[in-house]
Design a protein around this ligand. Structure first.
Ligand code: SF4
Length: 359
């Protein structure tokens, strides 16, 4: 199990075959791989070369994805593959996303084995994370379907850099997503990620207006590159205008990595400033991330301002929502997906070898 057929491609007049999964639109001759490395031309078609292979599995708290309004406190079986369709100079997972070694993909697992493992580990969801599931969408879809058959949810952690037809196919199988909105300028996307902002905005609009997928947004703030008041003001105004006030936004801290080593780590004050700009523009759930900040990491009722979910990093503290996600003080319904009492996974991280669950 490794090579799988794919659907989103077409032949060009010059005999190359174009992949239509993401706006990169790689045009491949026989034997060539796309920029993501995992999709390649094989004969007259594009195939996925890493179906059923993973760079590793781990049980994480859902708050780490981050998703704060989706089954809080529960555990998630997380995995990724290799490769990526963006080239972010600041990549915080570059050993996986830029891997050109198939050795990275040591842990093989069928969709059914993953669903079975999630079930046995007591996970409420499986997350496609560490690298972008856009590039291994056929595998992710089959895993999601196997999970749904056992009542387990499927989550995507993604940069949202995807074309319209595969986007619609992919999200028909996904329950929740965290979309990385890396900046709010085409210049940043072009220079720092070799991508385009507009495709990501299209994904966000699609999710909000054409699906029931619960989604939250993450914005990693890099000192001097995407953290100005003006850019944060434009980004958060756009979110409220186009997506509404109830899409949670997470402002998270950068640490120097990969090819961006000349910038300092993000000061906590920058995250607090971003949160406050977002709130000023009407974002009702703005969070700071990757830092100990009880106030910035907790959820407050949008109607009566009561503290309803207390968080410190990935750990939950006090919890004042009903089983249906209503504020215990004023009965207002919190946007998101809530089912029963919160989980008690805490901030633990548990590496898992899939071999121990059979294949
Ligand atoms: S998914 Fe991969 S092969 Fe397809 S267009 Fe994007 S980078 Fe190229």
């Amino acid at each position: 199990m490794s090579v799988a057929a794919t659907r989103h491609w077409h032949r060009l007049e010059d005999d190359r075959v174009q992949c239509d999964v993401c706006p990169r639109a790689c045009k491949l001759r026989e034997g060539q791989r796309g920029l993501c490395f995992v999709r390649a031309r094989d004969g007259d078609a594009i195939v996925l070369t890493t179906y059923g292979r993973s760079s590793g599995f781990c049980v994480d708290p859902i708050e780490k994805k981050p998703l704060d309004h989706f089954l809080p406190g529960t555990s998630v079986l997380s995995f990724g593959t290799a490769g990526c369709n963006l080239c972010c100079r600041f990549c915080q997972n570059w050993d996986i996303s830029k891997s050109r070694e198939l050795d990275t993909l040591a842990d093989a697992a069928t969709p059914e084995a993953i669903a079975q493992a999630a079930d046995r580990l007591g996970c409420a969801s499986v997350a496609f994370t560490y690298n972008d599931p856009v590039i291994f969408m056929e595998y992710a879809i089959d895993v999601a379907d196997a999970c749904h058959a056992r009542g387990i949810k499927a989550l995507a952690v993604t940069a949202g850099y995807m074309c319209a037809a595969p986007r619609a196919e992919f999200y028909a199988h996904i329950d929740a997503a965290n979309v990385d909105l890396k900046a709010f300028s085409e210049r940043f996307y072009a220079r720092t990620c070799s991508g385009q902002l507009q495709s990501v905005l299209d994904t966000l609009i699609y999710l909000r207006h054409h699906t029931d997928v619960w989604f939250e947004i993450t914005n990693l703030l890099i000192p001097g590159l995407n953290d100005s008041d003006e850019e944060l003001d434009r980004m958060t105004s756009w979110v409220v205008r186009e997506l509404g006030p109830d899409v949670p936004m997470h402002f998270t801290a950068f640490h120097p990595d990969y090819k961006l080593l000349d910038r300092p780590p993000t000061p906590p004050q920058t995250l607090t400033r971003a949160r406050s700009i977002a709130q000023g523009n009407g974002v009702r759930f703005a969070y700071t991330g990757n830092v100990h900040d009880r106030e910035g990491g907790s959820t407050y009722c949008p109607e009566c301002a009561a503290l309803v979910i207390e968080r410190d990093w990935y750990s939950l503290g006090s919890y004042a929502l009903s089983d249906a996600g209503r504020c215990e003080a004023c009965d207002a319904r919190l946007p998101g997906v809530f089912a029963g009492r919160p989980g008690s996974w805490g901030r633990r991280r548990l590496p898992v070898r899939m071999m121990s669950f059979g294949r």
